[in-house]
Design a protein around this ligand. Structure first.
Ligand SMILES: Nc1ncnc2c1ncn2[C@@H]1O[C@H](COP(=O)(O)OP(=O)(O)OP(=O)(O)O)[C@@H](O)[C@H]1O
Ligand SMILES: [Mg+2]
Length: 292
C-alpha cells in the first residue's frame, strides 16, 4: 500500500536484548490527544520512579513546547541527529551528539524527565532521505541502537505526527508498543484505520518486530450524548482483542495544566486525582503488556 515500505534492503533484528521500552502515541487524525496523553503518561512513569525520555517526532513540536522548548533555527533537534546517523548523508552532517540535544527537566522536586526535541526541519525528513540506499524505514530504530538509548532509560515515550508517511513508519519500526488515542466519533475512525493499516504493512514486510498494540484511548468522550455511547460501542466492536482504556471526557484540568506546561501530576488538589489515577492505571496496564 505505501511504496516506501517496499524499499527495505536488509532485515534487522528485533528489540529483544534491551532494557528500556519504547512506546509511541499514534493516530493519523489530528487533535485526538496524542501529545496530551504522551505528556501525562511520561509524567506518570516518572512519578513512579522510572527514567523517562520524551522523544518528539512531530515537526509541529508541541511535545517540546510543553517543556518550554520552542522550535527555532538555532535549536538542534532530532532531525539533525537522525541525519547525522546516516553515513550516506555526510555532506549534511553537523557536529552534534545526542547529549548536546537532550534536555533534562526537573518537573517537580525529585522527579525529572528528559526531552529530545523536534522542530520544523523534521517535516523535510522524507525528502532529505529520499535518495539513500540503506533502509529508510529503520533510521530511527538504528539511531536509538547506535546511541544505546534503551540502556539509558526505562521508558521512551514518542509523540507521533498526525500524518502517514516515512516518519510514522520509522516510529512504528522503532517502538515496542503503540497506544492509539482517538475521539470516538464516526469521523475519526478512518485515521485509526489508516495507521493500523501501516502497522499491518510493516508486519507483512517482516523488516523488524511489529510493535504491540498496547490499546486504544477514547478521548474527549461526551458522556451526555447518547450517540457518543453508541459510537464508542460500535467502534469497540471493530477494534478486536486489544485493550480499550477507560475513556477520557472533556476535562478543563487538561487545558489548565497544559497552558501552564504542567502535567496533571504537578497538582495536589482533589480535582486532579481522578486523572492521576487514570494515567497510573494506564501505566500499569502498559507495563504489564510490554513485559509479557
Ligand atoms: N480530554 C481532554 N479534555 C480537554 N481538552 C483536551 C483533552 N484532550 C486533548 N485536549 C486538548 O485538545 C487539543 C488537542 O490535543 P493534542 O494536542 O494532545 O492532540 P494531538 O493528537 O497531539 O494533535 P496533533 O495531531 O495536532 O498533534 C489540545 O489543546 C489539548 O489540550
Ligand atoms: Mg500532537
Amino acid at each position: 500500500m505505501f511504496n516506501f515500505l517496499s524499499r527495505a534492503t536488509s532485515s534487522v533484528k528485533g528489540h529483544e536484548t534491551n532494557s528500556g521500552k519504547i512506546i509511541a502515541l499514534m493516530n493519523q487524525k489530528g487533535g485526538v490527544g496524542k501529545t496530551t496523553m504522551a505528556f501525562n503518561l511520561a509524567h506518570a512513569f516518572a512519578h513512579q520512579g522510572k527514567k523517562v525520555l520524551c522523544l518528539d517526532m512531530d515537526p509541529q513540536g508541541n511535545f517540546s513546547s510543553l517543556f518550554g522548548v520552542e522550535a527555532s533555527d538555532e535549536n538542534q533537534h532530532i532531525h539533525h541527529l537522525l541525519i547525522n546517523s546516516i553515513k550516506e548523508l555526510k555532506p549534511l552532517h553537523t557536529n552534534i551528539m545526542p547529549h548536546d540535544v537532550i534536555k533534562s527537566f526537573e518537573t517537580s522536586p525529585g522527579v525529572s524527565i528528559d526531552l529530545l526535541p523536534s522542530g520544523q526541519e523534521l517535516s523535510g525528513f522524507e525528502l532529505t532521505v529520499a535518495g539513500i540506499n540503506s533502509p529508510r524505514q529503520l533510521i530511527l530504530k538504528k539511531f536509538i541502537e547506535k546511541y544505546d538509548l534503551r540502556s539509558q532509560y526505562d521508558v521512551i515515550v514518542i509523540d507521533g505526527p498526525p500524518t502517514l508517511g516515512l516518519l510514522v513508519v520509522n516510529i512504528l519500526c522503532a517502538c515496542d508498543g503503540v497506544l492509539y488515542p482517538f475521539v470516538p466519533d464516526r469521523f475519526s475512525e478512518q485515521g485509526l484505520k489508516n495507521i493500523l493499516q501501516v502497522v499491518e504493512d510493516i508486519d507483512e514486510m517482516g523488516i523488524t518486530t511489529t510493535p504491540k498494540n498496547l490499546g486504544y484511548i477514547p478521548n474527549l468522550f461526551d458522556t451526555r450524548r447518547k450517540q457518543a455511547n453508541d459510537d464508542l460501542g460500535m467502534i469497540r466492536q471493530t477494534l478486536g482483542e486489544a485493550t480499550v482504556f477507560e475513556p477520557f471526557t472533556n476535562k478543563v484540568q487538561f487545558g489548565k495544566s497544559l497552558a501552564s506546561r504542567k502535567s496533571v501530576f504537578d497538582y495536589k488538589s482533589a480535582e486532579f486525582k481522578d486523572l492521576q489515577s487514570q494515567f497510573n492505571k494506564m501505566v500499569d496496564t502498559v507495563s504489564e503488556e510490554l513485559h509479557s
